[in-house]
Design a protein around this ligand. Structure first.
Ligand SMILES: C[S@@+](CC[C@H](N)C(=O)[O-])C[C@H]1O[C@@H](n2cnc3c(N)ncnc32)[C@H](O)[C@@H]1O
Length: 219
């Protein structure tokens, strides 16, 4: 795997928009302890997600892929008063760390529900809490299309779909030098992106962050 070197632009963004409180630093540190710091969302991207959640006035939101709860905190802060976030994580160890972080947060009127298990199963269990105002997809890359099918059924009309890593480290255009993905994984992500780009289904755009962030509003 090729080493990722931060450009001066990325360093500047990080210095301007870095983690600003203790619980966010704690999530980042837990992710580093797991050796997974590089798969947490970057602070500037997390602030973009938070801004979009706030602009959309989201109250009931779902996150797929909690890791140690970093993006969940940004989303929670973006929700309107009384907002609720259901965040789904397969690995009990990751979820335990996220729970420790959430316990230290000052959430005010908001709530985070930590849901542990395979997202494809757990999404069906939480469906009765919907319809939801938005979803942030950041879980198993091979299941992105299944997550989207769930979102199409369980988001309100006008609901927000945010999805990270949609370039699949370049695999969607055939570059496998950063990280190897199977042909199936690349095909699933290509279909996922094509669906979100379909103007009969979504008003959307793909923000060319390093990993690619799709932003779409369900019609
Ligand atoms: C990229 S990380 C999420 C990062 C997190 N959103 C953040 O930025 O702070 C992906 C997470 O999805 C979890 N995951 C992978 N497959 C999953 C599945 N089938 N169901 C639920 N979570 C899954 C992984 O264990 C990992 O913690």
């Amino acid at each position: 795997m090729r080493e990722i070197v931060l450009s001066d632009r990325e360093k500047y963004l990080g210095s301007l928009l870095g983690e600003e409180n203790e619980t966010k630093k704690m999530s980042r540190q837990f992710a580093d302890e797991l050796g997974l710091g590089r798969i947490s969302v970057s602070a500037p991207e997390a602030r973009l997600v938070q801004t979009l959640v706030r602009m959309h006035g989201c109250k009931k939101f779902v996150e797929i892929g909690t890791l140690t709860g970093l993006s969940a905190q940004y989303i929670c802060e973006g929700l309107v008063e009384g907002g609720e976030l259901w965040t789904l994580e397969k690995e009990a160890k990751h979820a335990d760390m996220a729970k420790q972080v959430f316990a230290k947060m000052n959430m005010g009127s908001k709530k985070i529900h930590m849901v542990v298990g395979d997202a494809r199963v757990e999404l069906e269990r939480i469906a009765s809490e919907g319809p939801f105002d938005g979803v942030f997809i950041d879980g198993n890359k091979a299941a992105y299309l299944d997550y989207l099918m769930w979102a199409e059924k369980n988001l309100r009309s006008g609901g927000l779909v945010l999805a990270d890593n949609v370039f699949l480290s370049g695999a969607v255009w055939g570059d496998t030098s950063l990280q190897r993905f199977s042909e199936k994984q690349a095909r699933v992500m290509q279909e996922f992106n094509q669906r979100l780009a379909d103007t009969s289904l979504y008003t959307s755009s793909l923000i060319p962050t390093f990993e690619g962030l799709f932003v779409a509003i369900k019609k």
